[in-house]
Design a protein around this ligand. Structure first.
Ligand code: MN
Length: 251
């Protein structure tokens, strides 16, 4: 990478679902992409911690994905046991889409335990999924995780603008990918979020196009779209996002 270039940020990436996670981590270190490596089950934590142990740019997160809660709710004990080992939590949250509504009550019980555990430990940073469950996710955060005990980054948020504004008031950040910036409704949503709450993400390998050049294309496209929305140069957006990450990590 060129000296002096502002490093990019990918605050939601499924590193352990890549074909070669250790190789991918080395690539991210070479590319200087500051990456949050989210996981989907507490059982995956020890391996992910080990892979990222020597990395300069990749940080592993302890996760329990809402879409696996129906099958793995009992792993919440393991989640609580591992939580003292990491500052980063994700992917966690609620999924209210059709194929997961049957587990929504169980998902809520698990998410409440996750938020309460984070509030007890303090200083945790969480990457949170809220597909078709924006109101419930924010209700739970408001009730259980005050901003003084932890910070939430809403990943691929597609809820209403009203709830986005509420999330900003609750202290949340947002990690964005270009698929969130394609429709006028979503562009309006992103415009409602202050620039100092924005981060970028790929959700690789799930999001379409997220693997091109190891995700760099996607992060750069997101920056380009935010720059268009706010009528400013992409380099300025890159610096703002870098500064946002710095502030988030200092909280
Ligand atoms: Mn994800």
């Amino acid at each position: 990478m060129t000296a002096g270039r502002t490093p990019l940020v990918d605050f939601h990436c499924h590193v352990d679902l890549m074909p070669d996670p250790p190789g991918f981590i080395r690539q991210r270190d070479r590319q200087e992409v500051r990456t949050l490596a989210v996981t989907t089950t507490p059982r995956a934590w020890p391996q992910n911690r080990e892979w990222a142990a020597g990395s300069t740019h990749v940080r592993p997160a302890l996760g329990m994905h809402p879409q696996v809660v129906a099958e793995r709710a009992d792993e919440i004990d393991l989640f609580e046991a591992f939580l003292s080992e990491t500052r980063y939590v994700g992917e966690v949250g609620l999924d209210g889409s059709k194929s997961h509504t049957s587990s929504l009550d169980l998902q809520k019980a698990v998410f409440n335990r996750i938020l309460s555990a984070c509030a007890r430990e303090g200083e945790r940073i969480l990457s949170v999924h809220s597909l078709r469950a924006d109101v419930s996710v924010l209700d739970a955060i408001e009730e259980l995780l005050p901003p003084t005990r932890g910070t939430v980054v809403l990943h691929w948020f597609t809820g209403s603008t009203k709830q986005a504004v509420r999330a900003v008031e609750l202290g949340c950040y947002f990690s964005l990918n270009p698929l969130m910036l394609q429709t006028p409704r979503h562009q309006q949503l992103v415009r409602a979020i202050p620039l100092d709450r924005l981060l970028t993400e790929t959700d690789a390998p799930f999001a379409r196009g997220s693997l091109e050049e190891g995700g760099l294309v996607m992060v750069e496209e997101t920056i380009g779209r935010i720059a268009e929305l706010h009528d400013m140069p992409g380099s300025q957006v890159t610096s703002i996002i870098q500064a946002n990450l710095g502030r988030l990590l200092r909280t």
